[in-house]
Design a protein around this ligand. Structure first.
Ligand code: SF4
Length: 246
């Protein structure tokens, strides 16, 4: 593992009192001769910090397409989940596994239908990280979000989302590396936007379809009931509606 040198030459990011730094995107009207000026440098130090605390990782169509091309979609299925964010949006995410309780600690009772809420897993190790070997188990198929980390693009500015990342300030980043990283961050933004537009629509359609199928199944089952069974069911339903003794 390469140690992070905190006295490194490009300390701009760290010196800003751990604030998130916005890196203004270079003008789209630049000529080919002009190269973007690097305001930060980055090189992954394989410190494993990010994979140990990533929490849920947003997944895009780009990831799904990559996995489909490589025939590995089913390998990822157990880790995929829908995250209804407190802000109201929906994300498809790679969900971390709940941590095993420490010795003497009681396991939290689980919701049999929902599992551990994603809110409880926001800073948990990625399920696909091997802590002992310090390696990503799906490196060639890792999500786009991991490829651009810790740089993000919000449609206007580039942002360093983890100013504590030891790779920030590391030497060795060429202008081409920076351009690639920015392009990947931009791609992540556009892919995530596509997913965030599509997911609520698909989710709504699928829920409607499931609901309609359930109602149809119930109606089919009712139509096949004998008169005796139906009157028994009516009795049960009536009892359920009667006021219960205090
Ligand atoms: S998928 Fe791989 S690179 Fe991404 S957080 Fe998990 S272990 Fe790290």
């Amino acid at each position: 593992m390469v140690e992070n040198n905190k006295n490194d030459e490009k300390p701009e990011v760290k010196e800003e009192d751990k604030k998130i730094e916005d890196i203004k995107e270079e003008s789209e009207t630049k000529t080919d001769i002009e190269e973007p000026k690097a305001k930060f440098t980055f090189k992954c130090t394989r410190s494993d910090k990010c994979c140990l605390t990533r929490g849920p990782i947003p997944i895009t169509f780009w990831d799904l397409e990559l996995w489909a091309r490589n025939g590995v979609v089913t390998n990822f299925l157990p880790y995929l989940d829908i995250y209804n964010k407190p802000s109201g949006g929906i994300d498809l995410v790679l969900k971390p596994l709940p941590p095993t309780p420490k010795e003497g600690e009681e396991e939290k009772p689980r919701d049999p239908f929902g599992g551990v809420p994603i809110e409880d897993l926001l800073e948990i190790k990625c399920a696909l990280y091997n802590k002992e070997k310090k390696e990503c188990l799906v490196y060639d198929n890792r999500p786009l979000s991991c490829r651009t980390y810790p740089l993000e693009f919000d449609g206007k500015n580039f942002t360093v989302v983890d100013v504590e990342c030891p790779g920030i300030g590391e030497e060795g980043m060429t202008k081409e590396n920076l351009k690639d990283m920015r392009d990947t961050a931009k791609q992540m933004f556009y892919e995530l936007t596509r997913m965030r537009i599509a997911l609520p629509v698909l989710s709504q359609l699928i829920s409607q379809k499931v609901m309609m199928d359930l109602m149809k199944q119930n109606m089919d089952a009712m139509s096949k009931m004998s008169d005796e069974d139906r009157s028994q069911l009516d009795e049960i339903l009536k009892k359920g509606q009667e006021p219960q003794p205090e």
